[in-house]
Ligand binder design. Structure first.
Ligand code: NAD
Length: 257
């Protein structure tokens, strides 16, 4: 065997061991997840060529102004997305985070994803920072209800109060709900370890959470297929690869230490 690859494998194993030890020694561990953790469940990210934004430009379909201007048009995108999401299942990456919570080693997942897959995997402590696509919200009377895909032909869904309902997601131009915002900020300030998974760190304020954690002394573990703006700045251990492989390996290490 090539000595370089032996050395590489040893260094990789040492990185998993150090990450597991950091998790075991921390009073509070927080995970921050993005679109990358759901790629192996078959949900593409929105940005790449052929992704959602190339068919539905966000300025026309995903802003709060567009919703008020033409709710039927905006709902074309959200119904299509809901069709994509309705049969997806959590993958080993989601399940590894659920196991980490069950082991008492993960306090909370802060996710930017709107696919509800952390709940489906079994995590009970989840902050859905950008909301969820399977739920409707009425801006007029604040009612919520599940999305019913059989109503798609009727266009934008109406609330019992008469107003148009929007997807219960944070559209561009909307603020993050205050509770999620403050809770996530406080968790970032008060965690010993933050695990960042599958986020390109371009959407603020979510992308700021790891920096807040680092400034307050947290140890940063990053899982991604590629490096990001975190990797060379604040990441302490970078576990490179698909989250469906890196997270189960990390959790196995935690279990067996
Ligand atoms: P992003 O698309 O900007 O970045 C995805 C990141 O994941 C990249 O850094 C990429 O290298 C990495 N990645 C890709 N495949 C991976 C894998 N198998 N394992 C680990 N990492 C992998 O995503 P973002 O930073 O979350 O920002 C996108 C925004 O769009 C979010 O705010 C989110 O709300 C929304 N979004 C949600 C979903 C979803 O709910 N599943 C999907 C796409 C986008």
């Amino acid at each position: 065997m090539d000595p370089d690859s032996v050395q590489g494998a040893d260094a990789e194993e040492a990185a998993y061991t150090a990450a597991a030890d950091a998790i075991l020694n921390a009073a509070r561990v927080v995970a921050v997840t993005g679109a990358g953790i759901s790629v192996e469940s078959g949900i593409p990210d929105f940005r790449s060529a052929g992704g959602l934004w190339s068919k539905y430009p966000p300025e026309d379909y995903a802003t709060i102004e567009a919703f008020y201007d033409d709710p039927d048009k905006v709902w074309e995108l959200w119904y299509e997305l809901a069709e994509t999401l309705k049969d997806v299942q959590p993958n080993p990456g989601h399940r590894a985070l659920a196991e980490l919570e069950q082991m008492g080693r993960l306090s909370v997942v802060v996710t930017q994803n709107i696919d509800a897959l952390h709940h489906a995997a079994g995590n009970t402590s989840v902050i859905e920072y950008h909301g969820r696509a399977d739920t409707l919200y009425c801006p007029a009377c604040r009612r919520r209800r599940p999305l019913d895909l059989s109503q798609r032909a009727l266009g934008a869904p109406r609330c019992v109060c008469g107003g148009y309902m929007k997807p219960d997601v944070v559209l561009f131009g909307e603020l993050i709900p205050t509770t999620a915002l403050h809770l996530a900020d406080s968790l970032a300030r008060n965690c010993g370890v933050m695990i960042i998974v599958g986020t390109s760190a371009t959407v603020y304020p979510a992308a700021g959470l790891p920096f807040i954690a680092k400034e307050n002394g947290a140890f940063i573990i990053e899982c991604n297929t590629e490096s990001t703006q975190f990797t060379e700045t604040i990441t302490d251990i970078f576990l490179q690869g698909p989250a469906g492989e890196t997270l189960p390996r990390l959790v196995e290490k935690v279990r067996n230490r």
